[in-house]
Design a binder for this molecule. Structure first.
Ligand SMILES: *Cc1c(COP(=O)(O)O)cnc(C)c1O
Length: 393
């Protein structure tokens, strides 16, 4: 089906559909490593680019391509590239765009490994980096250097839930000829379309909302222009972070309910955030859909909804966090987000237990901070669950 002028939900279901000779409604799993050429000339045409028929699964595969086309369509981009993980997507963008002596300017509260791979690995090849609070435009312009080649944004951030104005940053980047990449994992194209706001590249950990069922790890990158895409595709092919056809099949299946899941979890998150904000045992709540959020106006302008990630601070600090974790029953204690199940996390006692209190505080992770990824269970059950656990503190 030609989905060019169709709505978001029709694209979600039909973009990238693969028509096979049996009329299969669902894109099948092409579990093959390689593809037969019809003859020597055909092989030559495939390698010289005269034909875009499939050659070898690391380079391209119908099941994977179906997913890549769908996500590219949803993000209003040129084309997409699927990866074995979100971090393979992030690293491939860095590898494709940065060279020795290049500088990358990144959101300070960026996903931990997206920062760590620069500090630990790319630094060894002479890549420079600065981490700034990109929610403050004036800090971004000040941090640009003559060798800045990439501005890497994450909005909203985790677990601080701060927003960056993508359009304003993209306008500045254009003046200096710098590429802008946005990690859109938390919002998905259902809520935010960075390429429409001026970004050049958008990427996702597919593991989260896009797949939505907490059963695979994957990533995807979409470029706005052909040149940027071609470069990224070559780097992916050589670095080898490709997705597997079976993974792609799972995501093709999971993504179809993206709108329904985002709508339900977003509505529940709004209710839970409002409930928590009134709760006497809660110090503060960070959720872009609350008027108290410092970027509430930007969220309304830049996003079409507020998502399902909530951060809040418990009055009782570390101990209160532990008690809450040990008493929730519907929400599961786990990292990750974006699945149908609600997940809850207390960084101070769990993910950041090995980090010093000082370093935690510098990263905005206070002792009573809780991160809640709202799923699609009945919101009444989620609130009851929270109420019962909060009562134990
Ligand atoms: C999880 C995550 C990643 C990394 O993705 P993986 O699929 O775990 O490799 C990158 N960015 C954000 C915002 C994430 O939440």
């Amino acid at each position: 089906m030609d989905t060019k002028n169709k709505g978001f939900n029709t694209k979600l279901i039909h973009s990238g559909d693969y028509e096979d000779c049996f009329g299969s409604v669902v894109t099948p799993i092409y579990q093959t490593s390689t593809f037969k050429f019809k003859d020597a000339g055909h092989g030559g045409d495939c390698f010289s680019g005269k034909s875009d028929d499939y050659i070898y699964t690391r380079m391209g595969n119908p099941t994977i391509n179906s997913l890549e086309c769908k996500i590219a369509d949803l993000e209003n981009g040129y084309r997409g590239i699927a990866f074995s993980s979100g971090m393979a997507a992030v690293s491939t963008v860095y590898m494709a765009v940065l060279s020795q002596g290049a500088h990358v300017l990144s959101t300070d509260a960026v996903y931990g490994p997206s920062r760590a791979v620069l500090e630990r690995d790319f630094s060894r090849f002479g890549v420079e980096y600065s981490f700034v609070d990109t929610s403050k435009i004036e800090l971004v312009e000040k941090a640009i250097k003559p060798n800045t080649k990439l501005i890497y944004l994450e909005t909203p951030t985790n677990p601080t839930i701060m927003l960056t104005d993508i359009r304003k940053i993209a306008d500045i980047a254009k003046k200096y000829g710098i590429l802008v990449c946005v990690d859109n994992t938390f919002s998905t194209p259902y809520l935010q379309k960075p390429l429409d706001l001026g970004a050049d590249i958008v990427l996702h950990s597919i593991t989260k909302f896009i797949n939505g069922h907490a059963d695979i790890v994957g990533g995807v990158v979409v470029a706005k222009d052909k040149d940027v895409y071609d470069n990224l595709r070559k780097t992916m092919t050589f670095m080898g972070g490709n997705m597997d056809p079976h993974q792609a099949y799972m995501v093709n299946r999971g993504v179809k309910t993206l709108s329904l899941r985002m709508e339900r979890s977003g509505k529940s998150a709004q209710k839970i955030a409002e409930y928590l904000e009134k709760h006497p045992k809660v110090e503060w709540v960070r959720y872009p859909g609350l008027k108290s959020h410092p970027h509430y106006e930007l969220a309304k302008k830049q996003m079409t909804g507020f998502g399902s990630m909530i951060s809040f601070e418990l009055k009782g600090g570390f101990k209160a966090g532990e008690i809450l974790m040990n008493n929730v029953k519907v929400a599961a204690l786990a990292v990750s987000l974006g699945g149908v199940e609600s997940l809850i996390q207390h960084p101070a006692s769990m993910t950041h237990a090995g980090v010093s209190k000082e370093a935690r505080n510098n990263a905005g992770i206070s002792d009573g901070l809780v991160r809640y990824a709202v799923g699609i269970e009945d919101v009444e059950d989620l609130i009851d669950d929270m109420e019962n656990a909060l009562r134990k503190i």
